[in-house]
Design a protein around this ligand. Sequence first.
Ligand SMILES: Nc1ncnc2c1ncn2[C@@H]1O[C@H](COP(=O)(O)OP(=O)(O)O)[C@@H](O)[C@H]1O
Ligand SMILES: [Mg+2]
Length: 531
Amino acid sequence: MSIRTALSLTDDTLIGETSSSEYSAEGGTPTFDRIPFRVRAGQRPNLNTFVIALRQDDDNRAHYGRIIAGSELNLRARPGGMQKDDAYGMRRTDIRSSELSPDLVRVMEIELLGEISIRDGGSFEVTEPTQLPHTGQPVYELPATIIPKLLNIPEDERELDKPNSASGLYLGRIESGGHSIPFFLPNSAIARHIAVLGKTGVGKSYAVGVLMEELYEKQIPMLSFDVLGDAEQTARELNGRHIVAGTDDFKIPYSIVGLEEFLAFIPNLTSDQRELIASAYGNIFDEALDKLEKGEKLNIPFSQLTSLVEDIGQSINSRATTNAVRRVQAAFNRSSLLTDQPVTWTELLEKSTLINIYVGHLGQWQRNLVVGAAARILQRLRRRNHIPPFVLVIDEAHLFLPGGSDLPPSTLVLREMIRTARHDSVGVVLLSQSPSSMDRQILLTCNTRMLFALDPEDLRVVAGQIGDLPEETIKRIPRMARGTAVFTSGMDIMRHAVIVKIRERTFTTHVAETPDLREAVEKWHKEQRTN
Ligand SMILES: Nc1ncnc2c1ncn2[C@@H]1O[C@H](COP(=O)(O)OP(=O)(O)O)[C@@H](O)[C@H]1O
Ligand SMILES: [Mg+2]
């Protein structure tokens, strides 16, 4: 069976033929990376359309790729000629008479992605490009239905009234030619981590809301750390929980925060006091880690620490003892974050939905503490299989995972957890408007990127890790529309990078509207008057 028959390529989808010119303005010559083609009169293929270019010598094999550039050459529109016409008062009326004009050529460039060959049974095989494309060969728009096969991503199973796939997450649509097909991110992408990057207001949180809807439908538990309150509404709509850190629903066991973090709760210690508390806390911390390993409750009472401080102090006859005990006690009383009660929020993960932990009201040091301690708890519990596999979502991830050295220990705990998450069947989704200030190593750990419009500086940081995107497409990323993202991933997850229009959310609402300041001021004045 020929490619033409197997893919039902018809004259309607014939958009041009491959060309060759020594001038780059005319598209240049075919190479192993690019194929120029002359566009047929009347055809208007869109940018990014997936196309196929046939070969002269083999009916069963063809090159496929997508349109990444184009130009129109019109001998009647040469600026010098137009100027002359105007100067002599004889402006031509037929500069672009029709696309059949002998003076008009439209050339487009195909980014060569690979080759398709048809096997005897009619199935096809997709491989890397190995052959030099031929000139003068027909170029067709690819039928939308085979795009998932080329990308090696799940296809629509459509048992329901909306696009659906057991092996993929329906996040948006791919547009090619005049068609649009659903885009399913393979489930396998989740445990290999996802970075969602883009400027403020381009649709990162919205898109993660879409992802959450899909994870919810697949009954994958999620835990999110929320700085802006974006996911509060979503958590409620998904029958999840919105928890404010520092309230009774979410405190951190003091025994697990680690020495340096714990000491920071007790400012201005003398070195004697510090030494005493440190050696007592060391014991408590070891016991807590041990309990975590065994999946036991973290319920080491505060009084155990204070008595330990007292015992150690007395055994070495330290004069700092009384004050050290008093300082520890005062710190406990003051802090709304620390507790000696066992954690209960981890049990919520079993009920398979979204737990949204709000940390927006806390200072950054406290936020790090919360996230770091939670990471430490989650990692151990997961490793011992005490909690189910889950997805961890961190918005404004650059705040929690900054680049550079000299970082607080809680940051290192989170970093370590993410590095090993894959082995523990924990998926990580990181959102950031500022990848350039994020930890590089962690960015690299994220196999899948959802790139929204990014500033050129941030784009440079990720550009090297984007995979097979051509320069033309990368250059367009800063100007991409809100809600449009480039997806790139490892070859084994998705064969090529692809541009996706994020779908609308169906059963959750996004509440973070970007405020119109003029309207906001007007509203404020109105409220003042009525009060
Ligand atoms: N795919 C989309 N469809 C419809 N509206 C969107 C989409 N993506 C973003 N928006 C709108 O754009 C605004 C900004 O999106 P948001 O996700 O909050 O941006 P970011 O998290 O990148 O700062 C939101 O008010 C949202 O309603
Ligand atoms: Mg956001």
